[in-house]
Design a protein around this ligand. Structure first.
Ligand code: MG
Length: 411
């Protein structure tokens, strides 16, 4: 079959937000605020569409029972992002601003779509319409564009993902009646796109004939032979349904960084051996500009590096006499304050101390407690291990002490 491109010069987008969010413990999911200044669920949907297409009408369905109050709430949720306001005020390729319309919904999703389609018809019709669940805030411009492109090619398209779990058909008793082939299955998402007039016709007929469908592709297929083309959606294009989805959403936003620090100090007579703020009796101690606490130095570098905030030499230059014989616990504390200020929390810190003698392990508990106190974290988040140089290198010869520290930062 030769593909014929359909000329589409005007598009409407319907964002469905007329549901009662009955599984969301009373919270209207489309109005929820997203983490990390991403606006609200509704404003995130609207931004994606307004940035992807030249839209003639942007319709948002709202619960009819909510009256003016819910329209005010929907407006607030929509304009929670300044970007939406800007995009609605910019003339698009029609030379006109997109027209924003709130439509009171019906008793079912299907009825709400029909009301929105009738509203578009009343406003003056369009060539194509894209319908999107208002609770899918992570739809991307790429998905919207590929659905729209296939509407141009086929007249209708939706997006979907391959189901992760094997799918079965069951009867009313819960018994498997059919083992479905997973490679022939797709879990359908939104947006779904259609030529406007045929979809309106199908919806009108479905309403007349009391045909109930779960989505608009089913309505389309109830009246037309031309198949609905499925393009690649995304597992991130989730529909917020349960309060737990919000937690998942927040988890998506967690940032994780690792940091690595290393230090070596010469061991000389007449200096104290200080490791992690703990004074360990020894005939030799660390040489250095500060008190020479090799462990505190390596940890300071790990934390600063993980957060991308420089390193110990930059923050406390040895050229500055201010840091002469400085207490390295204080340096570590100051660096950690800087990292915390940037929003980071310490998930865990793990260190290796390489020292020939004295043995470090008898001091392990004390060092861990000392570090946990400096950083203000639970001791369970800190660990240290002790190694020797087996008499080999400069550590092995008792001339130096080396430390490696890694940390995991989260925010
Ligand atoms: Mg050092």
């Amino acid at each position: 079959m030769t593909e014929m491109k359909i000329k589409i010069s005007s598009v409407a987008v319907i964002i469905m937000a007329a549901g009662s969010s009955s599984r969301m413990e009373g919270q209207k999911k489309e109005f929820l605020v997203l983490p990390n200044n991403q606006g609200t669920v509704l404003s995130s949907c609207a931004t994606a569409f307004l940035e992807s297409l030249a839209i003639k009408y942007l319709l948002v369905t709202v619960p009819a029972a909510g009256g003016e109050k819910v329209i005010t709430q929907a407006k607030e949720a929509l304009f929670a992002s300044a970007q939406v306001k800007t995009l609605l005020e910019q003339p698009n390729s029609y030379g006109k601003k997109p027209e924003l319309v709130f439509v009171p919904g019906g008793k079912t999703r299907q009825e709400s779509v029909l009301f929105a389609l009738e509203k578009i018809f009343e406003l003056g019709s369009v060539d194509a319409v894209l319908i999107h669940d208002g609770a899918r805030p992570f739809v991307t411009k790429a998905i919207i564009k590929s659905v729209f492109d296939e509407v141009i090619n086929h007249g209708t398209a939706c997006c979907g993902v391959a189901p992760v779990d094997t799918q079965k058909e069951i009867d009313s008793f819960g018994n498997i009646t059919k083992h479905l082939q997973r490679n022939k299955m797709v879990a359908v998402q939104t947006p779904q796109g259609f030529l406007f007039k045929p979809l309106l016709e199908a919806h009108r007929k479905a309403a007349e004939q009391k045909i109930e469908c779960t989505d608009d592709t089913e309505i389309w297929s109830s009246f037309y032979d031309s198949p609905v083309k499925v393009v690649k959606g995304s597992p991130e294009n989730i529909k917020i349904t349960f309060p737990g989805d919000l937690t998942k959403m927040n988890q998506n936003q967690i940032q994780i960084r690792t940091g690595l620090g290393y230090d070596l100090h010469r061991l000389v007579e007449g200096r104290s051996l200080i490791i992690g703020g703990v004074n360990i009796p020894s005939p030799k101690g660390e040489a250095g500009h500060s008190d020479g606490d090799v462990l505190c130095h390596a940890i300071t570098d790990a934390l600063l590096g993980g957060a991308g905030l420089g390193d110990i030499g930059e923050m406390f230059p040895p050229s500055d006499s201010k840091w002469k014989d400085a207490d390295s616990k204080e340096l570590l504390k100051q660096a950690w304050e800087k990292v915390k200020k940037a929003g980071w929390e310490l998930n865990n810190l793990d260190c290796v101390i390489k020292l020939e003698k004295p043995k470090v392990l008898p001091y392990r508990k004390e060092i861990i407690l000392s570090l946990a106190t400096i950083l203000g974290v639970e001791p369970e988040r800190v660990f240290i291990k002790a190694k020797t140089g087996e008499g080999q290198d400069s550590v092995g010869q008792g001339n130096s002490v080396e430390v490696w520290a890694t940390c995991l930062l989260v925010k």
